[in-house]
Design a protein around this ligand. Sequence first.
Ligand code: GLN
Length: 304
Amino acid sequence: MNLQALIEDIRQETLPFYDQGKVADYIPALASVRPRQFGFAIQTLDGRQYACGDADVAFSIQSISKAFMLALTLQADGEELWRHVGKEPSGNPFNSLVQLEYEHGIPRNPFINAGALVVTDRAIGHFGDAHSHLLAWLRAESGNAALSADETIAASEREHGDRNAALAHFMKSYGNLIQPVETVLNQYFHNCSIAMSCRELARAGLFLANHGASPQTGRHYLTRSQAKQVNAVMLTCGTYDAAGEFAYRVGLPVKSGVGGGLLAVIPGKMSIAVWSPQLDARGNSVLGLEALDRFTTATGLSIF
Ligand code: GLN
């Protein structure tokens, strides 16, 4: 199958979905993104890349950083991590507080904000500056040594981060956060505000399609079993309360971010990054979902 022609067709088919969603504005610095943009990039295990549209435009990866943070923390923490954070879908929005009290400060999964804050806390325990550790990894795998956090977005997240601060303090009261709240929030916001293009993101996520080892750098990040775990949690929790719809329509492990990016994994074959900033009510890219649905339907490359 001609993948380049296919993704260009998919781009044309999804453009009519512009303006059905809305750019995230609860982080004011994100609201200034030009809404009508669409990028698609595929990186295959045998070293090929296919891309179209705005695949070279850098965007805020936001919660896609949570997939990489989970991987690097799991690598250091092993099974211990799962004593501090669950692995079940939450069925609630990504920034919800309600479950935390019932469940004694143990977040449902590592991809809702509460869970990502716990993962960041544990990563700081292992690496000190977890953000720099993440950046070094992403730089090596994306092939862009200049990759960095967007300080304007990080500052905007901090300024409007009362919900995340509330989550962090609440978990600290249960003893499920070890580091100072300010330190965890600062690292979390910086991870979310890393700017990457679709091409870079597809390359950086390729280890998840290859049982935890990067075909690009030869580095082994996760065991086969851990790579399976991260992909499974992406499938069941990666798009929050829309994980059921994504499994139904796309059928792949996917992690989304409110910058409008989606990272999808086809184990044994390829990684895919799609980006379009307009989001649906659950915080996932409208065109991104349409594009991935069309891609797996046309190729038969879902895990189901
Ligand atoms: N930085 C965002 C937040 O904490 C990430 C949310 C997301 O991408 N779903 O609210």
